[in-house]
Ligand binder design. Structure first.
Ligand code: COI
Length: 339
């Protein structure tokens, strides 16, 4: 049963749940991990994460379905992506089995924090792994901590699903052969300065361009960018330095296989964006947030869908995806993992 709580007024904020799952890598192997009630991490002052930001993370959600089950959405993709992220950061990857065991134990232990069906809130699960052993020379740590925490959350952007205004950033998010395609904590630290400047100027987010030519759409500070053309094609930017969003990849399947839309995953030029009918920011945290306007150095691209509501193409995708996640619509086999 969900706790008595004002679920509808939650934002995207940290609220400690009673339990978290913790595992340690030491002497060449991961232990089996366990639940703990201690929200404080105790690490050495020279830990790899503190000195050289050796850390990566994931984000997924647990939902209460219409028929009362508690499910997570495609968690294997998060486990796999965290293996890719860890490998690129010289962190011993957390085995998929340990990730899934931690997830099951964590959500079961905090069932009262899974918001009720229809409340508009969900349980956000944040797995992360970091160098907890000491280093001072630039090298991988010799001990790592995997931690999985969870918290009930509401909409990522304050206005809920209201269209936002974003800007094309002057900063770069990732280098062509850098770490843009993995969920390194550092990628998000790097976005903070540009993000804060954008907020000060009244924008909800930055859209970054490819650093090599500054002509192609990459992604936003914390989510992928997607478009719908005037003839209803779902277009998603392709680049090795874009994080492979679980939401974006799922929407491509929903669009093609369930809604019969044409899907193009390809390089997207900034110069073609004014031709598109709809734009959205997509990710686990944001789900789909419509973009009303993009400010490109004072030149404003206004989407015909306006500033009041999500356009019809994204709305169909949103309804289908969230319908699958909440168990109202049958999705592709294996997409829901029951807790
Ligand atoms: C997510 O969508 O889960 C993310 O990780 C984005 C963000 C809050 C950094």
């Amino acid at each position: 049963m969900a706790k008595e709580m004002d679920w509808g007024s939650l934002g995207f904020e940290y609220t400690p749940a009673a339990y978290r799952f913790v595992a340690t890598w030491r002497d060449g192997k991961w232990d089996e991990g366990q639940l703990t009630t201690d929200p404080t991490v105790h690490i050495n002052e020279c830990a790899g994460v503190l000195q050289y930001a050796q850390a990566c993370f994931e984000g997924l959600k647990a939902y209460r379905t219409e028929d009362g089950r508690v499910v997570t959405f495609r968690p294997e993709l998060n486990a796999e992506r965290m293996i890719d992220s860890a490998t690129r950061l010289e962190i011993p990857p957390v085995p998929k089995e340990l990730f899934m065991k931690g997830l099951d134990e964590l959500v079961k232990a905090n069932l009262d924090m899974v918001p009720p069906y229809g409340s508009g809130a969900t349980l956000y699960v944040r797995p992360y792994v970091f160098g907890s052993g000491e280093v001072i020379g630039v090298k991988p740590a010799d001990e790592y901590t995997f931690r999985m925490i969870c918290m009930p959350v509401g909409p990522y952007f304050k206005g809920g699903a209201k269209p936002v205004v974003v800007k094309i950033s002057d900063f770069d998010r990732a280098a062509p052969k850098g770490t843009g395609g993995i969920k390194a904590a550092l990628n998000y630290a790097m976005s903070l300065y540009a993000g804060t400047r954008a907020h000060e100027e009244g924008f909800a987010e930055n859209i970054y361009l490819d650093p090599a030519t500054r002509t192609k759409i990459e992604e936003a500070g914390g989510m992928n960018v997607v478009f719908i053309t005037k003839d209803g094609t779902f277009v998603t930017p392709k680049s090795e330095s874009i994080l492979p969003s679980v939401t974006r990849r799922s929407l491509e399947v929903v669009a093609k296989d369930m809604l019969g839309m044409k899907v193009e995953h390809r390089e997207v030029l900034l110069s073609e964006v004014p031709e598109f009918a709809e734009c959205g920011l997509v990710g686990t945290a944001a789900v789909i947030c419509p973009v009303g306007k993009i400010n490109d150095h004072g030149k404003v691209i206004e989407f015909p869908t306006g500033m009041d509501e999500m356009g019809p193409g994204l709305q169909k995708l949103y309804d289908t995806l969230t319908g699958i996640q909440m168990g109202r619509i049958e999705g592709p086999e294996g997409w829901l993992h029951e807790i």
